[in-house]
Design a protein around this ligand. Structure first.
Ligand code: MIG
Length: 848
């Protein structure tokens, strides 16, 4: 007979109770007598996940097999099933089903994923499923093997569960263990091998390298080798863990404490292939508003009208290109979400209008804790609608956060999300351009576990589940509520939302930052690795508090952080309550000048970042990526965590150590590189020492590289027409997307954009540029022309655009904007081609 664990009987009980009540009504059943299983009443240290329940049992031999759409079920005597499906990708989904037709319920996966029709063979010894290069063999000896295009990717045993426990695990032999990445927001280096990681969203002010877990959960690991990659996604918002093996000790394990097993294994040839499949499941970020890729200035807090205005004015008077200002919790009346402190901000609407005229958008903050304060509209509505998180007796759970004693919206419930989303209207009316969801782990003060008690119950798809089973989804569901509300209220605007906590799929609703980091050198390097791993986990719009949140950096650290921040998608300077002022002018003239320099670089590079975000909407690829993403055949790249690629061709080697004015840079094998500043050449497969004075972010472009850039603006949209200059570097071949739209509305979804691809190739004394328009813009005025700038070339003898010769003008001092002119600059061996009608495909042939 199947043994029902105590927690399960609580669930069964609640399901029955909620089935009998009307949907809007609270479940007020007296369940205080029911004890939660001990597993659902504690936070387990990662080291103990696998060891403190010695009594693991395999699901074992099945009693029968049944074919189902996409695969087959192993049926056990209790009636439970292990379902193996091959989904579009192709990928494997393995689920434990307590009943045959259990619905697909997930906080991460978009909808019912599409199943393929695998070829299935069954014999005495073996069950085999095969589709599109993926092959799965399940032996009656309980071993399972996964092949991708004939190569063994991984072998593992059938899942196991612990007696008298809600926990389960799956153990893998380790052929995929060469290099592990991902896991969302983890305070560790780039390569994650050799450690256990735990998922339980936690408010970890001042965390350090090794603190685990922290704010956000993405139970998805990416194993990469030259021959194949493997994505592993354990869809479970309860406490879970990944233990990742090393090359020497390769076995790895995933497990969780509560909920049914729902595991995806995604083999593919490249990290990009795996990423496409993973983000087909968990979703991709929409195009952000272009202004949100500009510089963002924040602190806890700019406390009143005058201070915010002053910050704006000093940013502009110092000519520090910038777009966004933040208001932190002091903007609120007694920290109450959706209110404004009218003493400090007597005319918010007027303030936001004035700032907007100066080119600034303002983002404001909201916390999930709602003050218990009759008469406060959000409290009254939450109370009256009964949409709060409940205790075992159905009463609102209370906990202390910034506003004092609070109750908390149950964001797992669709009605709560709908209601919460609508609350944003007055803030939009005031003119706020974006929003920030903080403390949504959810964090709580004065409770032993710094979050709501375990005896809190959530709707959880109508199952009324205890806290432990849904904890990690809370932040994501708050972000979803906010995003969907904003989308409904402003149906044609892009949403900018920043969320601290999240779960797999958070990228659909919000950007993320790495919480309360520390102003020290180790955090500088740490945040870079964290950002790369977040990007590899689908969370492509990410950044860290530039300058550090806890403490104050010295001028050198601040300067290097401004440079590091400039290569992150989210470029936000933020600091805590009792630190020194941290805007770029507080660290002396050299830091100010160096900050301005790198901020200007960032603004010139916005066309590249934007095109990469566009690409990411199609593939899920992170705009900022580790070297192995493109150079995985060079095994040296797998451990490099102090150099990054922005797109396929631009490499940054930020300085991460104090006192360094030169640094060593590794150039991946089988490529050549050019210095961004001097066009000096480097040969791949070697290390060089490069100059890195305090005012320089070392940057390199790959031979054959194509990098879209634009004119410097003080803020996005300062000038309506921004001329793009596309840099092209010789050697090899390459191509890049170049993308234009209005930068802020959803009109691009109806064709109001221009997407083009510039490809470059070279043969003996010939170069060809292929400008390919991918679409015919609808209601969008394309730029009149683009400039294509070729570096390190000889003087051309002839330039043809679509076979028509173009006049070459030699040795001119500056750019000449006359009709179809090509300029040749002898001194720096640069050729500048002005290409008209970019919405038309054109071919440029250059002979030497
Ligand atoms: O308990 O809103 O991580 O960025 O400035 C601290 C105040 C609450 C934590 C966030 C931080 C923010 C701060 N918040």
């Amino acid at each position: 007979m199947k043994k029902i664990a105590p927690a399960l009987s609580v669930l069964v009980f609640f399901v029955l109770v909620s089935a009998c009540s009307t949907p809007a009504e609270p479940a007020t059943a007296p369940v205080s007598a029911v004890e939660l299983h001990p597993d659902l009443r504690r936070i387990v240290a990662p080291a103990n996940f696998a060891t403190d329940y010695p009594d693991w049992r395999s699901w074992g031999v099945w009693s029968s097999v049944e074919e189902v759409p996409g695969g087959l079920d192993l049926i056990y005597p209790s009636g439970e099933r292990l379902r193996w499906e091959i989904l579009e990708g192709p990928l494997v989904r393995l689920r434990h089903l307590q009943v045959p037709n259990a619905p697909h319920l997930s906080y991460a996966v978009l909808e019912q994923p599409k199943v393929l029709s695998p070829r299935i063979e069954t014999s005495e010894r073996l069950l085999m499923l095969e589709a599109e290069g993926l092959r799965l063999e399940i032996e009656t000896s309980l071993r399972v093997r996964l092949f991708w295009q004939g190569v063994l990717v991984e072998s593992f045993s059938l899942p196991e569960r612990a007696s008298d426990s809600q926990r389960f695990r799956v153990r893998f032999a380790g052929s995929a263990s060469a290099n592990w990445y991902g896991l969302g927001m983890k305070a560790w280096g780039l390569r994650l091998n050799g450690r256990a990681y735990h998922f339980w969203n936690s408010d970890t002010y001042g965390y350090r390298r090794g603190t685990d877990p922290i704010y956000s959960t993405v139970p998805y690991a990416l194993g990469v080798q030259p021959q194949f990659s493997l994505g592993v996604f354990l869809d479970n918002p309860a406490q879970s863990y990944f233990f990742l093996g090393t090359q020497d000790n390769p076995a790895w394990t995933v497990g969780a404490l509560g909920n049914d097993l729902d595991l995806y294994l995604i083999p593919d040839s490249t990290p990009l292939g795996v990423t496409k499949s993973y983000t087909r499941l968990s979703g991709r970020s929409e195009l952000p508003p272009l202004w949100s890729l500009g510089y963002q200035q924040s602190r806890y807090s700019y406390t009143d009208h005058e201070e915010l205005m002053a910050i704006a004015e000093v940013l502009r008077s110092n000519r520090l290109p910038s777009d966004v200002l933040y208001l932190d919790i002091d903007v609120m009346d007694r920290y109450r979400s959706f209110t404004i402190n009218n003493d400090a901000f007597p005319n918010m609407k007027d303030l936001l209008t004035r700032l907007r005229r100066m080119g600034f958008k303002v983002v404001t903050i909201l916390d999930p804790g709602i003050a218990v304060a009759p008469g406060y509209h959000v409290y009254d509505q939450l109370k009256q609608r009964g949409l709060y998180i409940r205790d075992a007796r159905g009463q609102p759970v209370q906990a202390v956060v910034w506003p004092g004693v609070c109750i908390f919206p149950d964001f797992t419930r669709p009605e709560t999300r709908g209601w919460w989303g609508g609350l944003y209207q007055p803030l939009l009316d005031l003119g706020f351009a974006g929003f920030w969801n903080d403390m949504n782990e959810p964090a709580a003060f004065e409770t032993p576990i710094k979050t709501l008690p375990f005896e809190s119950f959530f709707d959880d798809f109508g199952r009324n589940s205890p806290h432990a089973l849904v904890h990690n989804a809370y932040g994501s569901m708050m972000a979803k509520a906010s995003f969907e509300g904003l989308r409904t209220l402003q149906p044609n605007e892009r949403v900018f939302l920043l969320s601290r906590a999240g779960y797999a799929g958070i990228q659909r609703w919000a950007a993320q930052w790495t919480g309360d980091n520390v102003a020290n050198w180790d955090h500088l390097a740490l945040n870079l690795s964290m950002g790369l791993n977040m990007g590899l986990s689908g969370v492509v719009f990410q950044g860290a508090d530039v300058g550090g949140y806890v403490g104050t950096p010295d001028p050198e650290l601040f300067t290097r952080w401004m440079q590091l921040g400039a290569i992150f998608p989210l470029y936000r300077n933020h600091t805590g309550k009792d630190t020194e002022m941290q805007e770029p002018w507080n660290f002396g003239d050299a830091a100010l000048a160096a900050s301005r320099q790198v901020m200007e670089w960032r603004y010139r590079l916005l066309p590249l970042f934007y095109a990469l975000f566009r690409e990411s909407t199609h593939t899920g690829a992170p705009p900022v990526r580790p070297l192995f993403w493109h150079f995985g055949r060079d095994v040296r790249t797998y451990a490099i965590e102090d150099q990054v690629l922005i797109g396929a061709h631009l490499m940054a080697a930020p300085v991460l150590k104090p006192g360094e004015r030169k640094r060593r840079v590794y150039f991946p094998a089988n490529s050549i590189w050019f210095d961004w500043y001097t066009a000096a050449e480097y040969i791949g497969g070697r290390e060089y020492e490069v100059e890195a004075p305090l005012n320089r972010l070392p940057l390199f472009v790959r031979g054959g590289g194509v990098v879209p850039t634009g004119e410097l603006m003080q803020w996005v949209g300062e000038r309506p027409r921004n001329v793009h200059t596309i840099r092209v570097y010789p050697g090899g071949s390459g191509s890049s997307l170049v993308y234009w739209d209005d930068g802020q509305t959803l009109a691009y979804k109806n064709g109001a954009y221009l997407e083009t691809q510039l490809s470059y190739s070279a043969a003996d004394r010939q170069m060809r540029l292929d400008w390919e328009a991918k679409n015919a813009p609808v209601r969008f005025q394309s730029p009149e022309y683009v400039l294509i700038r070729l570096y390190n070339v000889f003087k051309p003898s002839r330039v043809l655009v679509d076979e028509r010769p173009i006049r070459i003008q030699g040795d001119s001092a500056g750019v000449v904007e006359s009709d179809q002119t090509t300029s040749w600059y002898e001194n720096d061996r640069t050729l500048l081609i002005k290409l008209f009608n970019p919405q038309r495909s054109q071919i440029i042939d250059i002979s030497f």
